[in-house]
Ligand binder design. Structure first.
Ligand SMILES: Cc1cc2nc3c(=O)[nH]c(=O)nc-3n(C[C@H](O)[C@H](O)[C@H](O)COP(=O)(O)OP(=O)(O)OC[C@H]3O[C@@H](n4cnc5c(N)ncnc54)[C@H](O)[C@@H]3O)c2cc1C
Ligand code: FES
Length: 284
């Protein structure tokens, strides 16, 4: 069992959760992820590292409510426990040796770029951050990102905060102004990562992305997380999750991510009905 030390709602859909997990906290590196199981009969859900503190023995995850498991997780309170948390999984992010390193986080992707930016700064790189969300209320970690970047640019799709537009608009503007960008890591929804890579391809900027296919075992055994990179099949859980974005087949990834959509919808509806029944019984 793994204890929840803090659980905070950041906005309408995103939560920040801190777990007591000393062994994982000691070993995990930015770019790696963990696999959580909330209850014994529940599914295993992969979650990226948003922060860790080896001294305190804690790891932090920021998650978005999507379906049944993330809804269930959101009902847990600080002091309660989840069934297990396994990690570190995957390969840590890599960094250029020198130069200007840009990290781009879209939506929930802001969480995993945070520890990568901090590590890059520690390594002496000049870190340029771009973070973006659909609207002001969905933006989080601006202050935290300010601390781990040398320059930070914020965008919202609807212009309610920062610069109006997408993260790629900020990227294009910086490039047009002559800013040197040597290497990029972009994390966020698949369409955003796809768009970043199609923007940087003609600019000739090496661009890595962190892929989020459906995972089951996360140890390279089931093959569910397979992605196509440079025409070769890779398992995101052990070969990634970071890959050269210019080589990724994003259309295949999109197709595979929606494979179980109808089952996931049914499962969430069933879960909500059960919760409502339980609440009614408690009231009676
Ligand atoms: C390496 C990795 C890191 C991730 N990091 C984060 C993170 O930091 N924060 C965050 O909010 N989300 C993260 N995700 C996505 C997260 O795992 C899914 O949102 C979660 O599993 C959804 O579960 P659910 O039961 O709530 O939704 P469901 O109803 O089960 O699924 C809704 C959608 O979530 C995705 N999904 C479902 N099951 C899985 C699974 N086992 N593995 C991956 N995706 C799945 C699919 O796109 C699916 O259509 C990450 C995924 C991967 C692969
Ligand atoms: S999740 Fe099973 S091989 Fe990657």
């Amino acid at each position: 069992m793994v204890k929840i030390l803090k659980h905070q709602r950041l906005n309408e859909t995103n939560y920040r959760i801190v777990f007591d997990s000393p062994l994982v906290a000691k070993k995990i590196r930015p770019g790696q992820f963990m696999v959580l199981r909330i209850r014994e009969d529940g599914e295993r859900i992969p979650m990226s590292l948003a922060d860790m503190d080896a001294e305190k023995g804690t790891v932090t995850v920021i998650y978005q409510i999507i379906g049944q498991s993330t809804t269930l997780l959101s009902t847990k309170k600080a002091g309660e426990e989840i069934c297990d948390l396994v990690g570190p999984m995957g390969v840590a992010s890599h960094y250029p040796e020198k130069g200007n390193f840009m990290v781009i986080g879209g939506g929930i992707g802001i969480a995993p770029i945070h520890p990568v930016a901090r590590e890059a700064k520690k390594r002496g790189l000049h870190v340029i951050g771009i973070i973006g969300a659909r609207t002001k209320d969905l933006l989080f970690y601006e202050e935290e990102m300010q601390k781990v970047t040398d320059e930070l640019y914020v965008t919202t799709d609807d212009g309610t905060y920062g610069k109006k537009g997408f993260v790629t608009d900020a990227l294009k503007e910086l490039h047009e102004r002559g800013k040197r960008i040597d290497h990029i890591l972009a994390i966020g929804p698949v369409p955003m990562m796809k768009f970043v890579t199609s923007t940087t391809r003609p600019m000739g900027i090496p661009t890595w992305v962190s892929l989020n296919p459906i995972m089951i075992d996360a140890t390279g055994m089931c093959g569910v997380c397979r992605v196509s990179v440079g025409g070769k099949t890779k398992f995101a859980c052990v070969d990634g999750p970071d890959f050269d974005g210019h080589q990724v087949d994003f259309d295949l990834l999109t197709k595979r991510l929606s494979m179980y959509e109808s089952y996931e919808r049914q499962s969430l509806e069933k879960f909500k009905r059960e919760c409502a029944k339980e609440a009614a019984l408690k009231k009676a």
